[in-house]
Design a protein around this ligand. Structure first.
Ligand code: ADP
Length: 267
């Protein structure tokens, strides 16, 4: 079965739109990639990290991007989030075409409309948990919506830890601070890059449960890159990449279902 620029036949229940025409016209999508290619290097060192990716990210849903190592997952996420430029094609967040923005506007869009969660937490060690959570808004000069920040803090279960510095928190707690930081400014979309990569399975499950409940209960849109079938099973939809192309999608995933599809992709 081929996805990407090709039609899927019968659309899967809950699957993202997949044809280029569907995606071009799908204004309700939180983000879109249309015919995106990304080439690194030249000559013998040339790598087609993304090879014509067309993908719609539905709003208010949890989408996981999976694929073997080197399949282009991180590159796709970085291009969708405006952290990296594309070689060809278009990327949209909402109706704004990122691929037409200059650096200044792109930085502002990332700051105002996108939240990030990284594998390595990226917390500021000298700030408390609460200060870390509100830092992006402080930098942007935006007054936090206190009721919303309180909701996020309570949902993530951090209330008793707000005055602690990162070194006084477990890995799972630090990542929950990072998730709260990503959600506190009510971004249109949150990108999470292997958010459970540095956590044991229990702490990972807590973080994934929180991400999922932020989608179900708060209507957040999340895109998560992972290579872990269990992590992917928390999503509403899994998109599979291989060799820089989208090769499959799986709505309502289970760990076994994801593992099964991954077996077909591993080289
Ligand atoms: P994944 O996240 O699925 O492991 P990546 O997106 O990191 O895959 O990489 C896709 C391909 O692009 C790989 O072949 C990788 O070696 C290559 N690549 C990624 N980043 C760079 C870079 N900065 N320079 C050169 N090649 C890169």
């Amino acid at each position: 079965m081929t996805f990407g620029t090709t039609s899927v036949g019968s659309p899967l229940a809950g699957a993202a739109p997949v044809t280029e025409d569907e995606i071009r016209s799908a204004g309700s999508l939180a983000a879109r990639a249309v015919g995106v290619t990304k080439v690194y290097g030249t000559g013998d060192a040339r790598v087609n990290a993304l090879d014509g990716v067309t993908l719609g990210i539905p709003g208010g849903r949890f989408t996981a991007i999976m694929g073997p190592s080197g399949s282009g997952k991180s590159t796709l996420m970085h291009c969708l989030a405006g952290l990296d430029t594309v070689t060809a094609g278009q990327v949209f967040v909402g109706d704004v075409e990122l691929t037409r923005l200059d650096d200044k506007r792109l930085t502002r869009l990332r700051r105002d409309r996108i939240g990030f969660v990284f594998q390595s937490f990226n917390l500021i060690p000298t700030l408390t948990a609460l200060e870390n959570i509100t830092l992006p808004m402080d930098i942007a000069g935006v007054r936090p919506d206190q009721a919303w920040v309180d909701t996020v803090i309570d949902t993530v279960g951090l209330r008793p830890r707000l005055r602690h510095r990162p070194a006084e928190l477990s890995g799972g707690q630090q990542q929950r601070v990072a998730c709260a930081r990503a959600l506190a400014a009510k971004p249109e979309i949150v990108f999470a890059d292997e958010p459970t990569g540095n956590l044991d399975s229990r702490a990972g499950a807590e973080v994934l449960s929180f991400l999922r409940s932020s989608v179900r209960e708060m209507g957040q849109t999340i895109v998560m890159v992972t290579h872990d079938p269990v992590a992917a099973s928390y999503a509403d939809l899994v998109v599979f990449l291989a060799d820089g192309r989208i090769v499959d999608q799986l709505p309502e995933p289970t760990p076994d279902g994801v593992l099964e599809r991954m077996k077909g992709l591993d080289r």
